[in-house]
Design a protein around this ligand. Structure first.
Ligand code: GLU
Length: 509
């Protein structure tokens, strides 16, 4: 029997979740659900100095918005909890000690000054990136260089110490990454990382490995920035005697700047005007607000679809995938090695596609929320008809309001350019004549309005250009928009006639 797939998303609550993090969560989720497995959320909060208030709540809310359902988490609990590392604090030390006992780790007493002194000394001797390693550890203050009695006395006197892993000399560490293939690193390029800190907390590496093992994680799917840590994790599995239980690794490619070089950052979003966070974030210290896809009016279906395509492709020309379809089609084999360029236009395109797919009634419900916030009270049937007219032209719900305010309020301003180019001495007379004809129209359907309009053009021997833009300007204040006759029919006869009158007065002034 094959083991049940169990994956985890393991963010550190150090701020808002970048879209790269959301993509990691998404790929974990798609992979797990494709395999009928479980998705776990583990909060990695061992570095208390980087803790940011509200970050955990933020990421839980963001994942929920995206539709990424968690089988086990800090919210829902589960068999392998607690799911917050700070609450598992006691479980790590015995493993660190076990490593020391077996000779795979050691106590180190070096102060910050001593460490920087060592680096200085080595730099002066021409070592470009000095490290605490097999060569330097002998001249430092640790349980390998000091006598047993000295170590015992230091420990007994309560002197702060850390536990470092003892990286062997000149060994090849091999790991098979599901995306990158074989990765081979020589231990001479690794350093004796701290695995347990003087504050009584494990570092990321130890906690991560212990928890992945304890929580029976089968696949570690995470960002490429963790690839350099993977050989150390392999060693920890080996030294703890868990090598046969080691999860499979998959390191995801970076999400790149739109220009294609370097990791996409918040600064790129600010510079080019798009969000890099799923939902809005308010910095608790500075109060600074960073925009989010949700608040900018993106539909979660579009956001998820766009993210799925940043690194993965289905191998067909299909671009629109619901979450269910993504689950069915997803595989790590189709995740590329090279970075995925972020394409903001494509993101907007996805939103437009999903907006079009929505029924008028569901669009109307959302538009109504926005209208209510603006103090506008309109009938839901009417809003639905407006959505039908605007749907093809909008990318966002809020654009329906921005571009179609005239469906709900009489224009107060008129497009200057149209006035300059199209509004002549003759215009008020023609508009008044048209108005007289419309007054007697009983059925104010768009066809009837169009017929009356065209009949008037013929009778007065003028072309479209002499009256259509002016009529549109009167009803909407704008130069362009959906079919004018349909707009007129929808806002109704009384409002149409009133708007013509108001426009004539206002534009003459
Ligand atoms: N806590 C790490 C992070 O913040 C997790 C990395 C991993 O998945 O191993 O991304």
């Amino acid at each position: 029997m094959s083991t049940k797939v169990r994956v985890r998303f393991a963010p550190s609550p150090t701020g808002p979740l970048h879209i790269g993090g959301v993509r990691t969560a998404l790929y974990n989720y798609l992979f797990a659900k494709n395999k009928g497995g479980k998705m776990i959320l583990r909060i990695e909060d061992t570095d208390q100095t980087r803790f940011v208030e509200g970050a955990e709540e933020y990421l839980i809310d963001a994942l929920k918005w995206c539709g990424i359902k968690l089988d086990e988490s800090v919210v829902d609990g589960g068999k392998y909890g607690p799911y917050r590392q700070s609450e598992r604090k006691e479980s790590y030390f015995p493993f660190a000690q076990k490593l020391v006992k077996k000779g795979y780790a050691y106590y180190a007493f070096d102060t910050a000054e001593e460490l920087s002194e060592m680096r200085e000394r080595l730099k002066n001797a021409g070592v470009p990136s000095p490290q605490y390693n097999a060569i330097t550890r002998n001249s430092m203050q640790n349980s390998l260089s000091l006598s047993e009695t000295e170590v015992a006395s230091r420990m007994n006197s309560g002197r702060p110490y850390v536990i470092r892993i003892k990286i062997p000399r000149n060994e090849e560490i091999k790991l098979k990454d599901k995306i990158r293939g074989w990765v081979v690193v020589n231990t001479n390029n690794m350093d004796d990382k701290v695995i347990f800190k003087s504050d009584g907390m494990p570092t990321y590496h130890l906690a991560n490995v212990v928890d992945d093992y304890s929580m029976k994680i089968t696949h570690v799917i995470r960002g490429e920035e963790w690839l350099p840590s993977a050989p150390l994790h392999v060693l920890l599995y080996r030294y703890l005697g868990w090598e046969d239980k080691m999860p499979e690794f998959a390191h995801l490619p970076l999400i790149l700047k739109p220009e294609g070089h370097g990791k996409l950052s918040k600064r790129d979003g600010d510079r080019l005007g798009f969000p890099v966070f799923p939902t809005q974030w308010k910095n608790p210290q500075t109060g600074e607000i960073s925009s989010g896809y949700r608040e900018c009016g993106y539909l979660k279906e579009a956001f998820i679809n766009m993210l799925a395509f940043l690194g993965w492709n289905p191998g067909t020309s299909q671009e629109l995938f619901t979450l269910e379809e993504l689950i069915k089609s997803f595989s790590l084999e189709r995740v590329g090695k090279s970075g995925a360029k972020f394409d903001f236009d494509k993101t907007r395109w996805f939103n437009q596609q999903y907006l079009r797919k929505k029924t008028n009634s569901s669009l109307a419900k959302e538009l109504n929320i926005l209208l209510k916030n603006k103090g506008i009270d309109a009938k839901i049937d009417y809003i639905e008809a407006v959505c039908m007219q605007l749907k093809e032209r909008a990318t966002f719900i809020h654009e329906m309001w921005e571009e179609g305010q005239y469906y709900f309020i009489t224009p107060t301003a008129y497009d200057e350019k149209t006035i300059r180019k199209k509004w002549s001495k003759e215009t008020p007379r023609h508009l008044n004549n048209l108005k007289e004809k419309l007054v007697s129209l009983n059925n104010f359907s768009s066809e009837n309005i169009e017929n009356v309009f065209k009949a008037y053009l013929e009778e007065s021997k003028i072309g479209m250009g002499k009256l259509l833009p002016q009529f549109r300007l009167s009803l909407t204040g704008l130069a362009m928009g959906p079919s004018l006759f349909e707009i007129a029919s929808l806002i109704g006869k009384k409002e149409t006639l009133k708007r013509i009158e108001i426009a004539i007065i206002k534009i003459q002034q």
